[in-house]
Design a protein around this ligand. Sequence first.
Ligand SMILES: *[C@@H]1O[C@H](CO)[C@@H](O)[C@H](O)[C@H]1NC(C)=O
Ligand SMILES: *[C@@H]1O[C@H](CO)[C@@H](O)[C@H](O)[C@H]1NC(C)=O
Length: 320
Amino acid sequence: MAFGLSWPYLIIGCIFASLARASDIADVYPPLWKESPGQFSDYKIENGKYIINFWHYPERLGTYKILLNKTAKYFAKFSPENEQNILWGLPVHHGWQYQTGRLADPTESTDCGHKSGDHLCISVDSWWANLNYYLSAMPFLAAVDSGIMGIPSDKVIFLPLPKDQMNFCYNVSSCHSSFPEAMKKWNEFYQHVKSHSSSFDDLLEYLWAAHVSSLEIARKNFHNRLKYYSKQEADFERSWALFVDYLAPPLFPTTLIRTYEFQKELPKRMLMNEDRAPFIHDFSGFQNTVLFALSVLHKVHKYTGKRHRDLFICKFYTLC
Ligand SMILES: *[C@@H]1O[C@H](CO)[C@@H](O)[C@H](O)[C@H]1NC(C)=O
Ligand SMILES: *[C@@H]1O[C@H](CO)[C@@H](O)[C@H](O)[C@H]1NC(C)=O
């Protein structure tokens, strides 16, 4: 009977079935959530514009915090306390990237993002940080552009980096001209957020469409960063990106608690060459299972070039 389901439901189902509800709501928030900027006036102002440094973890996280705050009223109809705001998926996942060392400089030529060095720094060489740029800068600026943030479109700019400027955009107009399709999708999402008649499932569908659109460009533009990582971590990155492609169509609800519970099962540190899922001794059984499942997905995709749902379904039955 389960053969009619797509397999990502099964992994997710397996995980949820065996997890207790998060008992302490305080630790579901990303690291440094409380300390990060929560309003525009917490950022630097120059010539009447807010200047945001997206390569500093609290400042990037703060943009999510403002976004969650400004969209809260539209999600109030789904639950109290903003818990069902589906934008939670973005900062919660970013918090995992920070916590697990994935925003640090993978080349180790600088101390950016490393615990012993400038630990709040986000490295422009980090594959994770670059993908996340498209999933933070774009949703944030599109929200400004669609009027949700309550400031004019030209009031906010991001600090440019000395390196690789072409791959990023720094304000509403330059993001529109560099990445028109993704910005259009994010704008569409916010138009539906603002509409009273949108259902939860409608919003999820528009969110995922925008997410996939950002990710598609990001994957192409930052493929060259994979070489900085151990083979295991680079494989995980490829399979994660593929997985998010699969995850989107079933419309995984990226609310606060659901995302938090799901990503507890993701690798809790960077992977090293000698790590072999499902036998990584400092990972839990589920963390091993998820990593192994992701690598199977990636291998099958690589060798056949297509999606073998039935095979996965059989595998997951034996795993969980
Ligand atoms: C949004 O932020 C403002 C200012 O920090 C705060 O007063 C307000 O309660 C927040 N709203 C929500 C829904 O979190
Ligand atoms: C936006 O960024 C572009 C390119 O970086 C720049 O040319 C333009 O002046 C900026 N616009 C505003 C309003 O800051």
